[in-house]
Design a protein around this ligand. Structure first.
Ligand SMILES: [Zn+2]
Length: 410
């Protein structure tokens, strides 16, 4: 059975955080299973897939080479577990170098080549098909992002044009690879087609291109339960918060209600993530729990409240917390909050104990996942917008009720 992507995809694009251990992953998974077997609404929360990770395909390479030395058979079958990504975890395969710089012409041989950055920061060029094979058949990713070039506001017109052209070429090639008999389209895997255009017109044109290419590849409609492709909004991170939200909303209106829309949000703030889901993203990819943990900061709020009603975070290095017997966040069912107090966390973090960061990451990820799953599960767009307006008051202009319901284009 195909796994369903969680509302919150935790990005491991800066490599796996040292404190994200195998045991921690298991705790998060267990927690999810626990949640879904409770007497809550199990039908909307039935899968442990809410725990989703975006992992960089480049990090596979050194491990693959190392394992090859010992057992070639082992490599192909066990790469997921080698990286601690167990069979029940939802994994998104992504390309990191694609987000950083234009393809390195000193490494790549031609326009068909993708340049990966390995976890040893080594640049490796390979044909697009090999990249897709790594992501789909070796990593067994549930979602594979078709590579693309980053386009930011400071990029030249020439670069932006090349990125658009390349996205088109790669999308076309990726679709044809995906449709081949033994590749991704089977066993419920999905391919994410990148929309790279940065300004509104370019985004619109890109989305139109993607639909056309999918149609030409024999994928009748991008939407629907059986569709093996979705859309990834790739360069959102370069836009200001209000523009990001407006862009997601426009993409949703243009793509129609059933298309899987994946928003790469990077280090976006919590209100931005809430707003992105409210206006129509199915999943947001973020490194927020990682960033917060590095800053010794914990998310603290009541998940289902109508608004945060105060600050969203607490700095656990604050010495006033050292006698505090309360959990990190009241009512949080995570493993860390069930067992430890703010005072103990303050002690661990100020002593720079790795355990402190492990517990904090677990807590932050758990809080964020629960909040974002809650937003996604709200019954109507109206409810989601109302919720987001309370949680993201700074984004009120992009969160107004739409005057006319979005009309999907046919
Ligand atoms: Zn907690």
């Amino acid at each position: 059975m195909a796994r369903k992507v969680g509302a919150c995809v935790l990005s491991l694009s800066s490599g796996r955080p040292p404190f994200l251990s195998q045991q921690l992953l298991q705790e998060l998974e267990e927690e999810k299973r626990h949640d879904s077997s409770g007497d809550g609404d199990a039908s909307t929360n039935a899968s442990p897939a809410a725990l989703s990770f975006a992992a960089d395909v480049g990090t596979l390479l050194p491990g693959k080479e190392a394992l090859k030395e010992h057992s070639a058979a082992h490599v192909e079958s066990d790469m997921r577990s080698f990286f601690g990504l167990s069979a029940s975890l939802f994994v998104v395969a992504q390309i990191r170098s694609g987000l950083l710089a234009p393809p390195d012409t000193s490494v790549a041989k031609g326009a068909g080549d993708v340049v990966l950055l390995s976890s040893a920061m080594e640049r490796i060029a390979m044909p697009l098909e090999e990249y897709l094979d790594l992501a789909s058949n070796v990593m067994h990713a549930d979602l594979t992002e078709c590579p693309y070039e980053a386009v930011g506001p400071g990029y030249s017109r020439k670069h932006a044009d090349r990125a658009l052209k390349r996205a088109r070429q790669w999308t076309e090639k990726a679709l044809s690879w995906w449709n081949q008999e033994d590749n991704g389209a089977r066993s419920g895997q999905q391919l994410l087609l990148p929309v790279v255009g940065l300004d509104e017109n370019a985004q619109q044109r890109c989305l139109e291109d993607v639909r056309k290419l999918a149609k030409e590849a024999g994928i009748a409609s991008l939407g629907g339960a059986e569709s093996s492709v979705g859309i990834s909004l790739a360069n959102l991170r370069y836009l200001d918060a209000d523009t990001q939200i407006t862009r997601i909303r426009k993409a949703r209106a243009q793509a129609g209600p059933d298309v899987m829309l994946y928003a790469v949000m990077g280090t976006a703030s919590l209100p931005q993530l809430v707003a992105a889901l409210a206006v129509g993203a199915n999943a947001v990819e973020t490194s927020l729990p990682y960033m917060l943990t590095k800053l010794n900061t914990a998310l603290s709020f009541a998940v289902e409240a109508e608004g945060p009603g105060g600050p969203l975070t607490v700095n656990l290095l604050d010495t006033r917390l050292c006698e505090d017997k309360a959990p990190i966040s009241a009512g949080c069912p995570c493993w860390a909050c069930e067992r430890h107090t703010r005072g103990y966390m303050q002690h661990l973090l100020s002593a720079k104990e790795l355990l402190g960061q492990m517990l904090l990451y677990l807590h932050n990820a758990s809080m964020l996942i629960r909040l974002l799953e809650h937003v996604r599960a709200l019954p109507s767009e109206e409810d989601r917008l109302a919720f987001a307006r309370a949680w993201a008051p700074g984004l009120s202009s992009s969160l107004q009720q739409s005057e006319t319901p979005p009309q999907p284009q046919v």
